[in-house]
Design a protein around this ligand. Structure first.
Ligand SMILES: NC(=O)c1ccc[n+]([C@@H]2O[C@H](COP(=O)([O-])OP(=O)(O)OC[C@H]3O[C@@H](n4cnc5c(N)ncnc54)[C@H](O)[C@@H]3O)[C@@H](O)[C@H]2O)c1
Ligand SMILES: C[C@@H](O)[C@H](N)C(=O)O
Length: 363
């Protein structure tokens, strides 16, 4: 299929306070399926490559997929040096998605069958460096599409709430509607959705795409997006008890706890092709404003103080994004169901961060 390429060329006391506050919250309700679903009949597990794997989502996804498919069947890759804990958990290799030959070599040499394409420049960073975002998010995607098509891979590319814009219906945004985003990030994600679906219809590429909400995680940092405040506030709340929020207090956006996001990704990847009436699906969990989030965190940490210092770039981006996503198609076609609402998300985040801080003090 080489012809295709040619053709389409705080601090201690705070931690104790927090620990006792969250003890009453109970433990995470997360549970991942331990064995393959009955309709998963593949004799061999897939060999999975994750690009951009050292960002907020990749390490967690690798952990989940390795539990399911085996440690050596999931290769994490990025253009940065991995921290030692990542290096010890399974295979990691350098891969620059802009280097087509290197990417092809990795796919061939490792007999890759599934490609999870996480490399991207996110919304806020993208507005500061449009050329870089265009290169990584669009040129890089072209390499990924060609390689996935040439080698018959199952390709997962995440899209985002950022693929909608001010003229899209906002509460909720349906699967199919006007999409005129005003960020290079959003434009590149609409491009990815359309190109992937085109390659599916034209070349039979097994392209799969989920529009993720803003993702909230405790042990990985966000990479420069508009929803980053909703992760940073937890760490600031525990460390200093103070947080300066860069979005207005009434900015409602769709959000999701990372365990729901990663489980959705695995379940969607495993869904039989015949059950997928579409190739790009919205997934939704909860929606909140900074004020809602502060109120919920203050149930565990009543002394948290929040001030607002709005970043006009991020605020303009958020004002053009939906407040919720309509996701009945995902629930109908492949059984999507979220587990974390706002209160579960906040309890789980505070529990994880308190436990992490205690461990850090121990060692
Ligand atoms: N985190 C979220 O809230 C969220 C929400 C919606 C969609 N998504 C999508 O999910 C995916 C993963 O998001 P994330 O939050 O982990 O992103 P992130 O910004 O934290 O990580 C992206 C990774 O891509 C890598 N990268 C950049 N240029 C590269 C290149 N040339 N070659 C290879 N890797 C390169 C970076 O080193 C980084 O580790 C992205 O596609 C993002 O658009 C994320
Ligand atoms: C929403 C998502 O795509 C990312 N967290 C961003 O804000 O850019």
């Amino acid at each position: 299929m080489q012809c295709l390429r040619g053709a389409v060329k705080h601090a201690g006391s705070g931690v104790e306070r927090l620990t006792s506050a969250v003890r009453g919250f109970g433990s995470s309700s997360q549970h991942f399926r331990a064995s393959p679903p009955p309709w998963c009949t593949d004799a061999d597990p897939p060999k999975v490559l994750i690009t951009g794997g050292l960002g907020q989502l990749g390490v967690g996804l690798a952990k989940l997929l390795r539990r399911r498919f085996g440690k050596n069947n999931v290769i994490l890759s990025d253009i940065r040096k991995p921290p030692s804990h990542v290096d010890h958990n399974g295979p990691f290799i350098f891969s620059d998605i802009l280097d087509y030959k290197n990417l092809r070599e990795i796919v061939v040499n490792n007999n890759i069958s599934w490609l999870v394409h996480y490399s991207a420049v996110l919304s806020a960073v993208g507005e500061n460096n449009v050329a870089l975002a265009r290169e990584v998010n669009i040129t890089g995607l072209h390499n990924i599409l060609d390689i996935a098509t040439e080698h018959g891979l199952r390709l997962f590319v995440p899209s985002t709430i950022g693929a909608f814009g001010p003229s899209s219906p906002r509460d909720p945004a349906p699967e199919l509607c006007v999409q005129r985003p005003r960020t290079i990030y959003g434009v590149s994600k609409v491009h990815a959705e359309l190109m992937g679906e085109y390659y599916h219809h034209r070349y039979g590429l097994d392209f799969r795409c989920l529009r993720y909400p803003g993702i909230i995680s405790a042990d990985s940092q966000p990479g420069g997006g508009t929803t980053d405040y909703a992760v940073q506030i937890f760490h600031a709340a525990v460390k200093t008890g103070r947080f300066e929020c860069n979005l207005r207090g009434d900015t409602r956006l769709p959000m999701m706890y990372i365990d729901d996001c990663l489980r959705a990704t695995l379940e969607f990847l495993e869904a039989p092709a015949a059950s997928l009436l579409g190739r790009t699906y919205n997934i939704n969990a909860t929606s909140f404003t900074p004020r809602d989030l502060v109120r919920e965190i203050q149930k565990g940490l009543p002394d948290l103080e929040v001030t607002y210092n709005v970043d006009p770039i991020r605020q303009a981006i958020a004002d053009g994004w939906p407040m919720a996503l309509e996701d009945t198609a995902a629930r109908r076609d492949w059984g999507w169901k979220h587990e974390y609402g706002l209160s579960e998300l906040v309890r789980t985040m505070l529990t994880h961060i308190a436990t992490g801080n205690q461990l850090a003090q121990t060692y």
